[in-house]
Design a protein around this ligand. Structure first.
Ligand code: DX5
Ligand code: ZN
Length: 215
């Protein structure tokens, strides 16, 4: 069984409450929220008012993926949404270790995200402090992009690093996850699959989540 985190970015924003209720009644483990600032990534999505509203009705834990510069400025505000995981990008943060400590002190689980061109080995001195690593399998900024195959090699490298160091970090992968790529990711050692367009673009999103979950 694989943990699934549907990405709300691909949902129908005019019917957000029904979309969140669908996820509530599904086999999903988390609800993945993509925050984009138009600076770190070439797109703007949604911010705290939307996240607070979603948090009020979500029965799933929130997995907040910040695609923003200076993520350390927003730790307490993210905590106030009730998020379980705060994901921030290694590429967007100078003091990664300090930010991880701040997230954990605030009572959240800390996750560092790596873009496709960022090597896994950059995490070797911090992996034991992390609750999760999110490997991007597309360049962040948009849903519906094609999966980058070398992510599979990165998942295996990360799995080996986690084993070697005794880290408890979970491995999450985000971007281009569908029924073709998901089994490959699970075989490589992925714990949590984020899926946006595959789930919300499906005629039966709940069933799409179940099928991914059963891998
Ligand atoms: C992309 C986001 C993803 C996105 C995934 O920057 O981080 O979470 O919603 O979308 P799909 O599953 O459509 O690739
Ligand atoms: Zn994401």
């Amino acid at each position: 069984m694989t943990h699934i985190a549907p990405s709300l970015l691909a949902a129908d924003f005019l019917n957000l409450s029904q979309e969140v209720e669908m996820v509530n009644s599904s086999d999903a483990s988390f609800l993945h929220l993509d925050v984009m600032d138009g600076v770190f990534v070439p797109n703007i999505s949604f911010g705290f008012p939307v996240m607070d509203a979603v948090a009020r009705i979500s029965t799933k834990s929130l997995d907040v993926h910040l695609m923003i510069v200076e993520p350390q400025k927003w730790v307490s505000r993210v905590r106030d949404t009730g998020a379980e995981f705060m994901n921030f990008h290694w590429e967007a943060c100078t003091h990664v270790h300090r930010t991880v400590e701040q997230i954990k002190t605030a009572g959240m689980k800390a996750a560092v995200t790596l873009c496709p061109a960022t090597p896994v080995m950059l995490l070797k001195d911090i992996i034991t402090e992390l609750d999760m690593v999110l490997l991007m399998s597309v360049n962040p900024g948009f849903g519906g992009q094609r999966f980058i195959p070398h992510t599979l090699k990165k998942v295996k490298e990360l799995r080996a690093l986690i084993k070697e160091t005794g880290s408890h970090a979970l491995i999450e992968v985000d971007g281009g996850v569908d029924l073709e790529t998901a089994p490959l990711l699970v075989d490589a050692g992925t714990d949590i699959l984020v899926a946006g367009s595959h789930v919300f673009g499906s005629s039966d999103p709940r069933e799409a989540i179940s099928r991914l979950h059963s891998l």
